[in-house]
Design a protein around this ligand. Structure first.
Ligand SMILES: [Zn+2]
Length: 412
């Protein structure tokens, strides 16, 4: 099928754009799409997913140009409703297109965003999205079983995605930008199951006694966690008196992208081994989680090093810290309570939410790190829909509060 692009002025005044972090513009849109790769084509339109994070279960275009996208998880039953989608719509003529997202297993979660270059994203305006109901056999209605989007396809093919596309190339661009920073070292931690590079950085004093570990993106769709983690790390690298003092005393090892395979494939939850990586801390059956096990064990077994903290960045329906309860002793003592109090003080008008629970046998990063090393370990969750500028501020202010609180602890 021949896809011809005709220039058109695309609608102006697009509000509240999501913009990739400065300098991070993964070049995912440059290659001319080969529409022979289309997942579906009809009525002068085609849809493809041949770019990193591109994913859908099935697509259909009717003869009158209506699009239906079916989403389903990579495994059954879905262990977490995280219905990721990312696809690109081509049209031979400019037009408005009605796209139905059929969520099958899981309801609506991610507000659709569009982009023509894969780097700058705009949430669809609310009057262009209708989240639908479905009548169940018992007569009740299920909310959010589908969503109808109306998008305008112009001169360029249009990306439609659950969140900003934040893929290995995005991290590479960020790492390229920060790697010359004083006190920052970039290295290969290891490889994913499919052989993708898993990179890490250290920030701080290589001979420091006290070590902090950060990890991100165990779960592929959880882009907002990444949008907080990058400014968090940049704050630790900053040329400020606080950050310099912190870097004198501590060494941070950060692994921003633990599941590159899952991100590239657009999985809802897993790595390519079909395992939720944040249910594998303990069993360590997967190459990605084994890298974290070894990283922490190597620090712990060195008599000149002490693990002090683990932070694990994720996304959920709201901003929340999943923590170990204060009643359970950690070393440093009461770090979590004190850190979050400092952070709250820095965020007037914003309510810091904490949910403290500990299930010793649950193989997640938080529980494992606490059970194994006695350190404070915290799942740092950012809301799917949290304002992107606020996410940046969360990253910066929580990092400042963490540095202040760690510097206030007694040296081991
Ligand atoms: Zn998660």
């Amino acid at each position: 099928m021949l896809i011809r692009n005709i220039p058109i002025l695309v609608g102006a005044a697009l509000a509240s754009a999501c913009v990739a972090p400065p300098g991070e513009r993964p070049d995912i849109a440059s290659a001319t799409p080969d529409v022979s790769d289309a997942r579906c084509a009809n009525a002068g339109m085609a849809i493809d997913t041949s770019f990193p994070a591109g994913a859908l279960a099935r697509c259909d275009i009717s003869s009158d140009g209506r699009v239906k996208i079916t989403l389903s998880p990579e495994d059954e039953p879905p262990i977490n409703c995280s219905p990721w989608y990312a696809f690109r719509v081509h049209s031979s003529v400019p037009r408005n297109v009605r796209i139905e997202l059929d969520y099958t297993e899981c309801g609506h979660r991610y507000w659709p965003k569009t982009s023509t270059d894969g780097a700058d994203w705009t949430p669809l305006e609310s009057d262009h999205v209708s989240v639908g109901k479905r009548r169940l056999p018992d007569g009740s209605e299920e909310e959010g079983a589908s969503a109808i989007l109306t998008v305008t396809i112009g001169e360029d093919p249009l990306f439609v995605s659950a969140q900003e596309i934040f893929v290995p190339a995005t991290y590479d661009a960020w790492l390229d930008r920060i790697e010359g920073t004083q006190g920052v070292t970039r290295f290969e931690l290891g490889r994913s199951a499919e052989g993708r590079l898993i990179e890490a950085i250290t920030i701080g004093n290589p001979s420091a006694r006290e070590h902090v570990v950060l990890v991100g993106r165990q779960h592929p769709p959880e882009v907002t966690g990444a949008l907080a983690m990058l400014p968090f790390m940049e704050t630790l690298m900053a040329d400020t008196p606080l950050a310099r003092a912190f870097r004198e005393r501590f060494l941070v090892t950060a692994v921003p992208l633990l599941n590159p395979d899952g991100v590239v494939h657009g999985y809802w939850r897993h790595n390519t081994g079909g395992v939720d990586l944040n249910r594998d801390w303990g069993p360590f059956t997967q190459p990605e989680t084994r890298l974290m096990e070894r990283l922490m064990a190597d620090i712990d077994k060195d008599p000149d090093k002490e693990l002090r903290l683990l932070l694990d960045f994720h996304s959920t329906n709201r901003d929340v810290f999943y923590t170990i309860p204060d009643e359970l002793p950690t070393d440093p003592p009461l770090f979590t309570r004190n850190w979050l109090a400092r952070y709250q003080d820095r965020m007037p008008g914003y309510e810091v939410e904490r949910d403290a629970q500990h299930e010793p046998d649950r193989p997640i990063s938080k529980g494992y790190s606490y059970e194994t090393y006695g350190i404070p370990a915290i799942t740092f969750e950012i809301g799917d829909n949290t304002d992107r500028e606020l996410i940046r501020r969360i990253g910066v202010e929580s990092a400042i509060a963490m540095m202040e609180e760690l510097l206030a602890t007694a040296a081991p």
